[in-house]
Design a protein around this ligand. Structure first.
Ligand SMILES: [Zn+2]
Length: 121
């Protein structure tokens, strides 16, 4: 089952940025990304019930959808690899805001950078 937060994030992506799923699918070797979008819609329609998924649907979930909603990597405090000061991924609570603001950083990096600029004008 998807958590409530993950479901919200997935819904936002499907409603606004379907191409994220297509890109993720392509990056992870799926050759029919449209089907990945279909699986995302299926999950939203069935309140994220994995037990109703076929093996093929699960394959799309694991490779195209899951990387967008679970353990999404933080871009780092200064948008460079390795500059994340949190645990390296965006926490579930902050993920929807990260997609909406197109700022893919964890809350630690966001707040620290703001503080750093406040202290180093
Ligand atoms: Zn971070």
């Amino acid at each position: 089952m998807l958590s409530e937060d993950h479901t919200k994030v997935l819904k936002y992506i499907v409603d606004n940025n379907e191409e994220y799923i297509m890109d993720s699918a392509k990056e992870n070797g799926i050759n029919n990304p449209d089907a990945s979008v279909g699986v995302a819609k299926f999950l939203l329609g069935g309140s994220g019930n994995f037990s109703e998924m076929s093996v093929n649907q699960k394959h799309h979930y694991d490779n195209a959808i899951k990387p967008l909603i679970i353990d999404v990597p933080c871009d780092g405090m200064i948008n460079e690899d390795g500059s994340c000061i949190g645990n390296g991924s965006i926490d579930e609570d902050s993920l929807l805001g990260a997609y909406i603001g197109q700022d893919m950083r964890c809350q630690h990096c966001v707040s620290t950078k703001d503080t750093w600029f406040a202290n180093n004008p």
